[in-house]
Design a protein around this ligand. Structure first.
Ligand SMILES: NC(=O)c1ccc[n+]([C@@H]2O[C@H](COP(=O)([O-])OP(=O)(O)OC[C@H]3O[C@@H](n4cnc5c(N)ncnc54)[C@H](OP(=O)(O)O)[C@@H]3O)[C@@H](O)[C@H]2O)c1
Length: 346
């Protein structure tokens, strides 16, 4: 993988997807790499994070963040290196967590950058287990889910960065953890490597029956990542006083309308009422941004103690980001999706 040091390649949003994104929704462009002015740094993207929320930014439907404009660089978290500095607080070679998006270089005045130091053992982890997805798992589960020893916790997208972390924290807290994932290989990994008590394939014809058998005492915490058929199977199993952190609904991100079938809203509301279930949505940065320190401290300790396993799916080359995002939304990823945009300078 070589990288041009005079041209900045960037992927912009060419058009808004109808349903699942396709390659034509993105356009690769080149422009000269800019020189930093006084008070600026030039950042080189080494790692780019791909995350399900990016599908939402491609759409102009109302949401908690504004959409990417047509022709603008796709948004995304990056781990970048300072390659030129005319900013008194940054020096060449240091690592930063940035929001540079899908491009190889970015000029920054330091706003929003998080210093990561000069020498990082696993730079890309700042986009995953030690970053936004790990933090999301931690706060959503502990603050909203409030798991207690001996309770049953169910989480889907169980081998992704959020789900895998939720389940492993659940085990640390003494829960019986049932994962839901797409396919036998992911389920085996959840049980054998992540230590879940059981993991079920949501593609199975009798998935709802399997889930009921795997949760003989019902479900006390359902950490919602996917919605759709998985939630339909979970709803009748929720116990009185159960908690449901609503983190994401990825099964519907490519949907163009409401699902078929009868109106299930009365069933949902009736179940919430009779069983006094607490359901709460959250957006990690907006709701918990001030608590990142407590997460980093505890997660750092768990990683050192070998209590948390972390898996990445690395794709080389910025030009391959569109296919990687399309695959992520279809469940083709196995672990946290990161794009290695360039090799680091060590
Ligand atoms: N609220 C927040 O602040 C916040 C922050 C970060 C992430 N999130 C949400 O957390 C969830 C997980 O994120 P992540 O980064 O860890 O993603 P991820 O697990 O790496 O990727 C999404 C996974 O969803 C599963 N999936 C896709 N379509 C599905 C379907 N129809 N039914 C069931 N599962 C399906 C696939 O896994 P399988 O093949 O295993 O089914 C896919 O790999 C997403 O909903 C995301 O939007 C929310």
């Amino acid at each position: 993988m070589t990288q041009n040091t005079t041209q900045n390649r960037r992927l912009v949003l060419a058009s808004r997807p109808q349903g699942a994104p396709v390659a034509e929704n993105f356009r690769l462009e080149e422009q000269p790499v800019a020189e930093p002015a006084d008070g600026q740094v030039l950042l080189r993207t080494i790692w780019l994070s791909l995350d399900p929320y990016m599908r939402g930014r491609m759409s102009d439907a109302p949401s908690y963040s504004p959409p990417v404009e047509i022709g603008a660089v796709m948004v995304g978290g990056t781990v970048s290196q300072v390659v030129k500095s005319r900013h008194s607080e940054y020096h060449e070679g240091e690592w930063v967590l940035s929001y540079s998006g899908w491009q190889e270089y970015e000029l920054s005045d330091g706003t929003g950058l998080v210093k990561l130091g000069d020498d990082l053992e696993h730079p890309s982890w700042a986009l995953g287990i030690l970053g936004m997805p790990g933090f999301t798992a931690y706060m959503g589960l502990l603050d909203i889910g409030q798991p207690k020893e001996g309770e049953t916790l169910v989480v889907a997208a169980a081998t992704g960065p959020v789900g895998a972390t939720v389940g492993q924290i659940g085990k640390i807290k003494g829960c019986r953890v049932v994962g839901v994932a797409g396919g036998a290989e992911k389920c085996r990994y959840a049980e054998e490597v992540l230590g879940f008590d059981s993991c079920l394939d949501h593609h199975a014809d009798d998935f709802a029956g399997q889930l009921a058998r795997a949760c003989p005492k019902g479900i006390d915490v359902y950490y919602e990542n996917v919605g759709g058929k998985v939630f339909d199977a979970v709803l009748p199993l929720l116990n009185t006083s159960s908690r449901v952190p609503i983190c994401g609904l990825v099964s519907g991100y490519n949907a163009t309308g409401l699902p078929d079938g009868p109106d299930r809203l009365p069933l949902l509301l009736g179940t919430l009422l009779k069983k006094r279930i607490r359901m709460q949505g959250f957006i990690i940065a907006q709701d918990y941004g001030d608590r990142i320190g407590e997460f980093q401290e505890e997660m750092g300790r768990w990683l050192k103690e070998g209590k948390i396993h972390y898996r990445e799916q690395v794709t080389d080359g910025l030009e391959n980001a569109p296919q990687a995002l399309i695959g992520l939304l279809e469940g083709k990823n196995f672990g946290k999706v990161v794009i290695r945009v360039a090799q680091d300078n060590g």
